[in-house]
Design a protein around this ligand. Structure first.
Ligand SMILES: [Ca+2]
Length: 276
């Protein structure tokens, strides 16, 4: 009887685990990766034609080198997953633990740096949606994330408030699929402490409709390196990344930020309140 109960419990745990995993499109803990090229490891592959400055893993982190204007078009790297298709009333979440070291675009910039992260549509010719950029913050030692639904003209970036440079942060973003066209919405959180989406304050919301119609779904992520005469690259390191259809799954995969990061954030918010 006891053995039967144990077997039943193990079976129940396996089912529960399987259900949880079903929501995860992919996850990566770069601490388990070898130093060297990211492309070629764990199904990451070059995206686009440029093989310049191959994106590197160093010391268990992906390193975006933060190059200035005119540094060329560096290699972009993608990670595909089984497409998550648009279904009204559902959401796709991505989360990453990252540290931004340099934000070269001035705070006055409405476009920020070249995008560092995006979601690839599930079309036959994947297009980069949900672009994440940075620009300098209003206070010294800070930066701001910006995001827009697509790279198509007509969409613009919406930026959030100041965040500390050189500090590990958990960025969680959501693409909310809404029935009908040109009406999907995007949301971001920083260091969400609650596994309940509604239990966290949002960092930034961009509810602009996609002028070219909403994405049919998403089948990959891309990390991008690009500069030109007027566009810089963000300097950042990324520790881990996850894409899933469940908020709690994403929130739970990115560990609580270290005490230093929490204190730095608390200090920033206190400073903003004092100024306000
Ligand atoms: Ca829609």
């Amino acid at each position: 009887m006891k053995m039967q109960f144990r077997a039943l419990a193990a079976f129940a745990a396996a089912v529960a685990s399987g259900n949880a995993l079903a929501s995860i499109a992919f996850q990566a803990d770069f601490a388990t990766y070898a130093s060297g090229n990211l492309a070629g490891q764990d199904s990451w592959a070059q995206f686009g034609t440029s093989a310049n400055n191959p994106l590197q893993v160093s010391g268990g982190r992906v390193v975006l080198p933060g190059l200035g204007t005119g540094s060329g078009d560096g290699q972009d790297v993608r990670r595909s997953y089984s497409p998550v298709l648009s279904a009204a009333g559902t959401s796709l979440y991505a989360g990453m633990t990252l540290t931004v070291n340099t934000a070269l675009a001035p705070n006055s910039s409405t476009t920020g740096s070249s995008y560092i992260f995006g979601l690839l549509t599930s079309d036959a010719s994947p297009f980069v949606n949900f672009r994440i950029v940075t620009r300098q913050g209003t206070a010294p030692g800070t930066f701001q994330f910006g995001m827009r639904p697509t790279g198509q003209s007509g969409n613009s970036f919406v930026f959030g408030g100041d965040l500390p440079l050189n500090t590990a942060l958990n960025l969680v973003i959501a693409w909310d699929f809404v029935g009908g066209v040109q009406n999907d919405s995007t949301v971001a959180w920083i260091n969400p402490a609650s596994s309940s989406r509604a239990g966290n304050s949002t960092y930034v919301v961009n509810a602009q409709g996609n002028l070219n119609g909403d994405a049919p779904g998403f089948g990959g992520v891309v990390l991008s390196q690009f500069t030109n005469a007027s566009t810089t690259q963000t300097g950042a390191t990324i520790d881990r990344m996850i894409v899933a259809t469940d908020f709690a799954e994403v929130q739970g995969f990115i560990p609580a930020p270290g005490a230093v990061g929490t204190l730095a954030l608390a200090g920033l918010f206190a400073a903003r309140r004092r100024r306000g």
